[in-house]
Design a protein around this ligand. Structure first.
Ligand code: FAD
Length: 480
């Protein structure tokens, strides 16, 4: 009997439990990908190239990848009838729309005598496995991370199948899906920055581990330096297994750099856990009192933020890096997100939606959890009084201005002393740098001081309604 392997965010051949289980049966395989219509524009760009790479790897093993678009239950039950499928194998997916699909698919396949086998594949542990001693989900990162370490991360053990020949079904053409931008073609910076696909993921990991990994603990906070792995889109699309990431990194030593890198992998894990227990993570605050937060509607400010025209250099650098490369450094993500929600008081969901569309690594769990964390409404959230000052953040983490000068070139000639706050520069310094504020670069939408006052007033109002003690008593997160 033929078996179907349905790829989702596990676009790899090595260490892929669904593919491995199906191939180990010795039965003919039908290999399928169904377009995830929820993907944002940058993710669709990535997906096009990742699917091209996957299809190439399958073809090299004598098989073919079938592409379909539409309702997954209809497509798979249709294939089950046409090919007399005995089993369907896929990676477990934790996004709410896929959870619903899986329930419906399971029910639809049963009467056809076809089993649905969902393999855990996209994170280190199945999310229901890591619970507190009392059997409850964790809402604080540090004990969660400890529980993960105690559980022991399994080693990657499944080689890519040598042959993948078998059944074939009619496929749509990838080009017809129009996942790539046409006019305007905004993907030049993405093409220059990334190599989607399993080989690209491994090359990225090897390059990172061959570099100064020991420096990672400090270098990861400097957006102007290539200090982080940039593996996040590869991890999101499952082009490399989470176990391979963990264990390969461990082979690089047990210094501070590797330890912090492993901790970051556990933040990814923690986000997935939160999504599992809070399926509406992307839209609804985990802490219910935040539903009453006095958000403001400010479409012009939101548009300026999206385009990197807020007048705050480090924020604009981050937002332009995102637009140009489909990725943004973690430190810049925190600063940009904080400026939007704490200084401009624009709902975090608006920022989440923009990141969703423009990030190549846009991830239901990590994006939703991180935005909630910055807004203060998530699990283990930043304490409400920790309002990032983007000027101080810029001076601390981009002291020589390498990041700002790269992405906000109109400020390049300003001396370091004024680079992160050009509105404070004396007229002579602006003139010498060939810069006129308001003409070449905008004045700040909100200065850090005014933004901080606005944020604290908003949080205080919320505190009166919801218990300021709860807000004030929260400890700072470990990864600030
Ligand atoms: C507002 C905001 C939105 C974010 N949205 C996303 C998103 O959509 N997708 C996404 O993958 N990450 C997201 N992050 C987390 C983090 O910024 C990125 O994972 C990281 O910048 C990726 O770069 P890297 O691969 O070089 O990370 P490294 O520093 O090399 O870390 C290694 C890996 O650990 C994981 N990781 C690191 N930090 C985090 C974190 N804080 N939370 C979860 N996983 C982490 C990633 O998979 C990453 O590839 C967001 C952070 C913020 C503040």
């Amino acid at each position: 009997m033929t078996r179907l392997v349905w790829f989702r965010n596990d676009l790899r051949l090595a260490d892929n439990p669904a593919l491995h289980a199906a191939a180990a049966s010795g039965e003919p395989l039908l290999l399928l990908y169904i377009l995830d219509e929820q993907a944002g524009a940058a993710s669709r760009w990535w997906l096009h190239h990742s699917l091209t790479a996957l299809a190439g790897g399958i073809a090299a093993r004598g098989g073919a990848l079938t592409l379909r678009r539409g309702d997954a239950v209809e497509i798979i039950t249709g294939l089950a009838r046409a090919h007399g499928l005995g089993a369907v194998h896929c990676a477990r997916a934790y996004e709410p729309h896929w959870r619903e699909t899986d329930r419906a698919l399971d029910a639809a396949l049963r009467p056809l005598g076809c089993g649905l086998h969902r393999h855990h594949s996209t994170a280190l542990f199945p999310p229901e496995r890591i619970l507190s001693k009392a059997g409850r989900p964790f809402s604080v990162f540090t004990p969660f991370a400890k529980a993960c370490r105690e559980a022991g991360v399994p080693a990657p053990a499944l080689p890519a199948p040598a042959r993948l020949d078998g059944a074939r079904a009619e496929s749509e053409a990838l080009a017809e899906w129009r996942l790539l931008p046409s006019a305007p073609d905004w993907a030049g910076g993405l093409r220059a920055a990334w190599t989607p696909g399993e080989a690209g993921a491994w090359a990225r990991l090897r390059a990172f581990l061959a570099g100064p990994v020991d420096d990672y603990a400090a270098a990861r906070d400097a957006p102007g330096r290539p200090g982080t792995s940039r593996l996040s889109p590869h991890a999101h699309f499952g082009e490399i297994s989470p176990w391979a990431l963990w264990h390969r990194a461990r082979t690089a030593g047990d210094g501070q750099g590797v330890r912090v890198f492993l901790k970051e992998l556990l933040w990814r894990e923690f986000s997935l856990n939160l999504l599992w227990h809070h399926p509406d993570l992307r839209t609804r605050p985990i802490r219910a009192e935040f539903a009453a937060f006095p958000w403001v509607e400010a479409p012009a400010a939101l548009a300026a933020w999206r385009r990197g025209r807020t007048g705050i250099p480090i924020v604009d650098a981050g937002m332009r890096e995102l637009w140009q490369t489909g990725w943004m450094h973690n430190r810049a993500r925190m600063i940009c997100a904080s400026y939007l929600v704490q200084h401009l008081l624009i709902p975090w969901q608006a920022g989440e939606a923009w990141f969703w569309d423009t990030l190549c690594d846009a991830d239901w769990a990590a994006n939703g959890a991180s935005w909630q964390w910055v807004a203060g409404c998530g699990a283990d959230a930043a304490p409400y009084f920790r309002v990032f000052n983007p000027v101080l953040q810029g001076r601390k983490f981009d002291p020589d201005g390498a990041y700002v000068r790269r992405f906000v070139p109109e400020l390049a000639r300003l001396p370091d002393a004024y680079l992160h706050a050009p509105w404070e520069a004396p007229e002579a310094a602006l003139e010498a740098a060939g810069l006129r504020l308001g003409r070449d670069y905008p004045p700040p939408l909100v200065t850090p001081e005014a933004g901080r006052r606005a944020a604290l007033a908003a949080y205080a109002g919320l505190g009166r309604g919801a218990g300021a003690d709860t807000l004030a008593s929260r400890a700072g997160p470990a990864h600030l």
